[in-house]
Design a protein around this ligand. Structure first.
Ligand code: FRU
Length: 443
């Protein structure tokens, strides 16, 4: 079935499948000269289904080439979906660790599986799958999304879960002598009641001596939309300790950001994050117009224990031309706008409207508060955040995707808004703005 024509808008430089549904980024890595990004995909419909692992590769994180599916739901243990997971290089091979999802008559089973590849393109599932068949005793059957990593001595995986008291939790496993031998260690963190019934897509890493855990909680009370959000915890996850007293930090303040995953880029020595440009539940309403996409790659930085998510520096290479924006101007819907307030107390406003869709997106800064408001045929949204000082804003636009980075990723807002066609710009207040047209990035 070919369903491309049902979709009205395609993206220019965001990773997005040629057809069908996309959700979480998976298996992010650099392997044998290329960056690899996998993603949850249902190639047969513009809605979630039995997940495949879609695959794109790139030499520069800008120009992406579509590869064949890496995983298909073709075994008993993953017949209802090859759910989210991650990648690791071991003995010159690329291993993918993922969750096999299998529906049972009145429930479902989730177990952890492995596949490997010599060339990073063709994958083979190991014969002794699932390598972790059952969750720990204190975890329900919600047991998924292994994120695998190695330190000097051992290989570990964190696996998302739900406690028997219906709280999100993160299970830590260690690999034994062989890749099919995994031992449960302990919990890394357990959610307080208000913080979600299940913690999906965990990620664990260290930056400059601090350790961080990322999770995407389901059913989180303060999450805003639909009870979904993505957060990070910073803490000492010391070896016999379960983090229960923690502070949750929202990773992104927008409406359409979920299931982020990071990986270590061994070439440029930095940690990069991608996320699903979407949110469970909301996405379905938008399907006739847009297919799913991943966010732009963001560099994860540690600033005194707080994380910043900055746009990848190489994104500047997408720029084809540049112009200083006048108070009333126009730009294409595949552009970047870079804004610099004239001084730290500047108040300003930038409004973008699309004639075709009758939609509008606005950024205003007043009394040290930034407000993002937008409306289109689906939503009317207003969000704000106190920020003492705004030194730079960069807004990426791509056929209805908007990614706003404030102060090099101190705050980000990821939102879908139907900004399509030639866009009208209005600027007022003490703001200098430049626009760059961006070239295509996906084949
Ligand atoms: C998060 C998630 C994961 C799961 C995948 C299935 O969006 O629910 O927990 O592995 O999507 O597609």
């Amino acid at each position: 079935m070919f369903i491309k024509d049902e979709v009205k808008y395609r993206y220019n430089y965001h990773i997005s499948p040629k057809q069908g549904w996309l959700n979480d980024p998976n298996g992010l890595c650099w392997f044998k000269g290329k960056y690899h990004v996998f993603f949850q995909s249902n190639p047969f419909a513009n809605q979630p289904g039995k997940s495949y692992w879609g695959h794109v590769s790139s030499e520069n994180l800008l120009d992406w080439q579509e590869e064949d599916f890496a995983l298909r739901p073709d075994q008993d243990y993953d017949c209802d979906g090859c759910y989210s997971g991650s990648a690791i290089e071991l003995n010159d091979k690329l291993f993918l660790m993922y969750t096999g999802h299998q529906n049972l008559s009145d429930s479902y089973k989730e177990s952890q599986c492995l596949a490997f590849s010599e060339d990073g393109i063709n994958f083979q599932k190991v014969s002794n799958n699932p390598v972790i068949e059952n969750p720990p005793e204190d975890n329900t059957n919600r047991f998924r999304d292994p994120k695998i990593w190695k330190n000097e001595k051992n290989i570990y995986a964190v696996i998302g879960g739900e406690s028997k008291e219906n709280r999100g939790q993160v299970n830590l496993y260690r690999m034994g002598e062989t890749f099919d031998n995994w031992q449960y260690q302990r919990k890394l963190a357990i959610a307080q009641k208000k913080d979600g019934i299940m913690w999906e897509c965990p990620d664990y890493f260290e930056i400059e001596g601090d350790t961080f855990l990322i999770v995407s909680p389901k059913g989180m009370q303060d999450a805003g939309i639909n009870g979904f959000a993505s957060v990070y915890l910073q803490g000492d996850f010391g070896f016999n300790q379960t983090l229960e007293g923690y502070e949750l930090n929202l990773i992104d303040l927008g409406q359409d950001f979920y299931a982020p995953q990071t990986f270590w880029d061994p070439i440029e020595k930095r940690r990069i994050m991608f996320a699903w440009f979407g949110m469970p539940g909301l996405q379905e309403q938008e399907l006739k117009k847009q297919v799913g996409a991943l966010t732009l790659p963001r560099v994860v930085k540690n600033k005194n224990g707080k994380l910043l998510f900055a746009p990848l520096p190489e994104l500047q290479q997408l720029r084809t031309d540049e112009k200083a924006l006048l108070p009333f101007d126009t730009i294409e819907d595949y552009s970047e706008i870079r804004m610099t307030p004239l001084n730290r107390h500047s108040n300003f406003l930038l409004r973008i409207t699309s004639k075709i869709e009758g939609s509008s997106y606005q950024i205003s800064y007043q009394d040290q508060k930034i407000e993002i408001s937008f409306f289109d045929s689906l939503r009317n949204v207003r969000q704000s955040q106190k920020i003492d000082k705004v030194s730079e804003l960069r807004l990426f636009l791509d056929s209805g995707l908007t990614e706003l980075f404030i102060n090099d990723g101190q705050h980000t807002f990821t939102n879908k808004c139907e900004l399509i066609g030639t866009l009208a710009i209005e600027i007022s207040g003490q703001l200098q703005a430049k626009a760059y047209t961006l070239r295509k990035g996906i084949q």
